[in-house]
Write a protein that binds this ligand. Structure first.
Ligand code: FAD
Ligand code: FES
Length: 259
């Protein structure tokens, strides 16, 4: 059986804005295997602090594996100091990936908030090869300095619409202001969402109102990422499920978003 945990080399770790970084590492075995929606579990450094690995969605997997992350605490702080050539202890890829859109779907709508945009770049890399799909990204961030550059999405053929809380780029307000941009036909539309729970709850409400099917990539604080400790359990209509093993991708209708 191939080894799930390995030491890889950092290729680059670019600071995009004060708290957002994009890190590439050389992991051909992950590039070959990973599917959109899966994540990698990274040990920021040896030693006791931070003790647990940290999970990050794979944002792209072409020549290298890429993650897009925000510095929020000790783990991501240590990660932001990694330099080209540094070793990186990675477990993965892990987790249930996104399903491909079901037959009959013509419009794929990706609804993302903040760092939740990460898994949609690799998803659009895969979906752009399906010629008959119209790809739409509805993306919300705090301010201009907190939104991912839409260039790569647009070059994948996505219609990308942005909203910021302060209106510094795109529409002023939350991402649900952008829902009017799409044609919500339940037979031909499929939604994928990832981001803060209140945003995914809004996406779920919109999907239910229009009878649209979809999937949500959920986040929860993790320890083992192997389904053993149950620390990352969330409530679903099917009972408690672990984000790391049963997810992170769930059917949108089954997740119970605690607000
Ligand atoms: C499947 C999955 C994919 C993820 N993908 C990305 C990604 O692509 N890019 C990215 O920047 N982050 C992602 N995250 C979140 C990322 O793992 C955390 O931000 C990171 O673990 C924080 O570690 P830290 O030591 O820097 O901060 P910590 O001190 O561990 O956390 C700082 C603060 O963030 C909160 N927090 C930590 N993890 C989470 C979480 N999962 N959900 C909600 N709140 C949390 C903590 O409660 C604390 O308040 C993902 C999480 C999961 C579960
Ligand atoms: S992190 Fe241990 S079960 Fe998910």
């Amino acid at each position: 059986m191939p080894k799930l945990q390995n030491i890889y080399r950092v290729v680059s770790n670019e600071k995009l804005c004060p708290r957002f970084y994009r890190l590439c590492f050389d992991a051909p075995s992950i590039v070959r295997k990973v599917q959109p929606g899966q994540f990698v579990h990274i040990r920021a450094r040896d030693g006791l602090e931070p003790f647990f690995r940290r999970p990050f969605s794979v944002c792209r997997a072409q020549k290298y594996v890429e993650i897009f992350y925000e510095v929020v605490g000790p783990g991501t702080g240590v990660l932001s100091l990694k330099k080209k050539g540094d070793p990186l202890d990675v477990l993965g890829p892990v987790g249930r990936p996104f399903d491909m859109p079901p037959p009959g779907i013509k419009q794929v709508v990706m609804i993302a908030g903040g760092i939740g945009v990460a898994p949609f770049l690799i998803l659009s890399d895969v979906l752009k090869k399906k010629k008959k799909l119209e790809l739409v990204l509805l993306y919300g961030g705090r301010t201009k300095g907190h939104v991912f550059n839409m260039k790569e999405f647009r070059s994948n053929g996505c219609a990308a619409h942005v909203a910021t809380d302060d209106g510094s780029v795109g529409t002023r307000g939350r991402v649900d202001k952008l829902f009017a941009k799409i044609n919500p036909d339940p037979k031909t539309t499929f939604i994928y969402t990832c981001g803060p729970n209140p945003m995914m709850a809004a996406a779920q409400k919109f999907a239910r109102q229009h009878g649209i099917r979809g999937q949500a990539a959920c986040e929860e604080v993790m320890a083992c990422a192997l389904g053993a400790c149950l620390g990352c359990s969330i409530r679903t209509t099917k009972g408690f499920r672990t984000v790391c093993y049963d997810g992170p991708v769930f059917d949108l209708d089954e997740v119970i978003f605690d607000s």
